[in-house]
Write a new protein. Structure first.
Length: 284
């Protein structure tokens, strides 16, 4: 029993949570820290922190535990927003319950949120977050939160593909990263048009270990468009890349060191700038 407790990677919080849609009371599962559970690896160009498997605990995925999900009706949101869905928006979530659960089961048929989180249920939880922010008003900055959740879904689908190759998780990952590209671009447009500010977001993530702030949002909007945006319309592609190049150069001041900006962000921004420049010159 002592060894079993020692090898746990999560625990149930003592705080009770009441679902605003179905009034179910449950306890949120939290990730334990320390004791070598998390061994930090590299940061990808998508600002995703990779972790090395621990000899003692195996693979641990922090993103699996980030979303709060009602185990009965599968309403989900980021932890700080979960119980704050305005009453005048709750009917929308209630009306979507049957379809929300059914659509999720089409992708993840064996998921059970009454049980300890797994890689599959953790991936499903981020998918549900992407979906459920449709219920929130603009004051919560739902669009960028959908972008973050969609990107996290894509990352976790990458992990599922690594574990279960041949089950088309790689195709689904690309789908969700394209969704993330749409949401990131839309969020910036709404911010610029004053239709939906990003101030409802405390941490811009996109992962759990660092906050890359507003500049990270601009970088990711550009990177995701470069990687997953449409490439069939060459004229549109060239226009988008030229715009991204200007934004990256203006915000990060390429060629100049800055102590105020995280080094991974500067490094990946420089690489993005170089790659865009190369593609634009090749199209001349």
């Amino acid at each position: 029993m002592a060894e079993e407790r020692e090898l746990k990677v999560s625990f149930l919080s003592k705080n009770k949570i009441t679902c605003p849609l179905c009034s179910t009371i449950f306890h949120r599962e939290e990730l334990l820290s320390g004791s070598g559970r998390l061994i930090a690896g590299t940061i990808t160009d998508e600002l995703h922190r990779l972790y090395e498997p621990s000899m003692k605990y195996g693979d641990v995925y922090p993103l699996v535990y980030q979303a709060t999900v009602c185990p009965k009706c599968w309403y989900a949101a980021m932890d700080k927003d979960f119980m704050d869905l305005p009453k005048d928006r709750q009917n929308k979530g209630i009306a979507d319950t049957i379809k929300r659960v059914a659509d999720t089961k089409l992708i993840f048929p064996d998921v059970d949120f009454h049980k300890v989180r797994t890689l599959k249920s953790g991936t499903a939880s981020q998918y549900l977050v992407t979906r459920c922010y449709d219920y929130f008003p603009k004051e919560f900055s739902p669009t960028i939160k959908q972008g973050i959740a969609a990107l996290r879904t894509g990352w976790l689908l990458d992990e599922l593909h690594n574990k279960f190759p041949g089950e088309h998780y790689d195709w689904l990952s690309g789908l969700f990263k394209r969704k993330a590209q749409f949401f990131y671009t839309e969020a910036l447009e709404r911010e610029q048009n004053q239709k939906e500010l990003l101030s409802g977001l405390k941490s811009y993530g996109p992962d759990t270990d660092k906050n890359y702030a507003y500049e990270g949002v601009i970088y990711l909007a550009g990177l995701l468009t470069y990687k997953y945006g449409s490439k069939t319309d060459s004229e549109l592609r060239e226009k988008q890349l030229a715009s991204i190049k200007i934004n990256i150069a203006r915000i990060f001041g390429l060629g100049k060191a800055s102590r105020n900006k995280p080094s991974p962000l500067l490094e990946h921004a420089k690489n993005l700038y170089t790659n865009i420049n190369k593609e634009l010159h090749e199209s001349d």
